[in-house]
Design a protein around this ligand. Structure first.
Ligand SMILES: [Ca+2]
Ligand SMILES: [Ca+2]
Length: 300
């Protein structure tokens, strides 16, 4: 039997290239889906360093205007959701945070809806009566804007923990929230919260599917920022009048903010892009071996 080793090497190289291309396509797919919806801000946590003072790059349309700054010994982790790959932000639950400045609120001003989208994986839930802040833009004691957080009410242990998006359209609004039960740890979850000011609704999505539409009452049909302008926006911890508080303990990745509503169709498309099946390296080895056997049989 004649067997051409040159062909075998070409075959293996071709399969290796296919595998590498497949893996990088899967990583780009989620990012491409998000960018196709023109997020105002999009922090991917793909930064080279997270040492205090280093930049958390904004890949959204406002670019460097809304770059963040790592503080409080925030780390980067290779534990990431689905097939997205790369790195996520690792918030220790003590002082870790990304500081975002005060410019996002003006970029969102006038929007008839605001959407926040992120992946998170909680290492622990907030204690009874406590809040773990995932993301906040200007929603403080009196500020407008929105926040995403885990909140554990006093009593009943963690059984009454909720995941919620909260907001005010204008300074005269009450603190308006859309909560859903959530008490998972060590689990990557895709969450989308929509504040629909024009239609007085909060819409929630978990892992690509609707988790409820809640009728609320916003005072303004468009976002009209107001409040204590010195308080900065942040990820992983909240800046309020008493300083940084409400620490979150866990991972956050691919946090995007849109100056409009992300539709249910687009939410599902984003989630699907992150969960597309990619062949495991072991499968590639098996496929490569199988192809070699086929080549040998055909040529033998
Ligand atoms: Ca990432
Ligand atoms: Ca509780």
């Amino acid at each position: 039997m004649n067997f051409d080793c040159h062909q075998c090497t070409v075959c293996q190289l071709a399969l290796l290239l296919l595998f590498v291309a497949g893996a990088s396509t899967a990583q780009a797919a989620y990012q491409d889906q998000v960018l196709a919806d023109s997020p105002v801000a999009y922090w991917r946590f793909e930064d080279a360093s997270s040492s205090d003072g280093s930049t958390a790059l904004n890949s959204g349309t406002t670019a460097a205007t809304n770059d963040g700054t790592y503080q409080g010994s925030t780390a980067l982790s290779s534990d990431t959701p689905g097939t997205i790959g790369g790195t996520s932000g690792d918030f220790t639950g003590s002082n870790a945070r990304v500081e975002l400045g005060t410019t996002l609120r003006s970029a969102l001003s006038g929007s008839s809806a605001i959407t926040a989208e992120l992946w998170f994986n909680a290492s622990s839930l907030p204690a009874d009566g406590s809040v773990a802040l995932l993301f906040n833009s200007f929603l403080n004691e009196t500020g407008t804007g929105l926040s995403v957080a885990l909140q554990n009410s006093a009593g009943s242990g963690s059984a009454d923990t909720v995941l919620r998006v909260a907001g005010r359209s204008t300074g005269t609004d009450s603190f308006t929230t859309g909560p859903i039960s959530y008490a998972s740890t060590d689990t990557w979850t895709h969450f989308v919260g929509v504040l629909d000011f024009a239609n007085d609704q909060i819409k929630l999505y978990v892992n690509g599917s609707s988790a409820g539409t809640i009728g609320v009452s916003f005072g303004s049909s468009t976002y009209a920022p107001s409040g204590a302008t010195s308080l900065i926006d942040s990820i992983g911890k909240q800046n309020n009048a008493s300083g940084f508080t409400n620490a979150y303990n866990g991972l956050i990745d691919e946090l995007a903010v849109y100056g409009g509503e992300l539709s249910s169709t687009r939410v599902a498309a984003h989630y699907a892009a992150a969960t597309a099946v990619v062949p495991e390296p072991a499968s590639i080895v098996a496929l490569s071996f199988g192809a070699m056997v086929l080549v040998r049989r055909r040529r033998g």
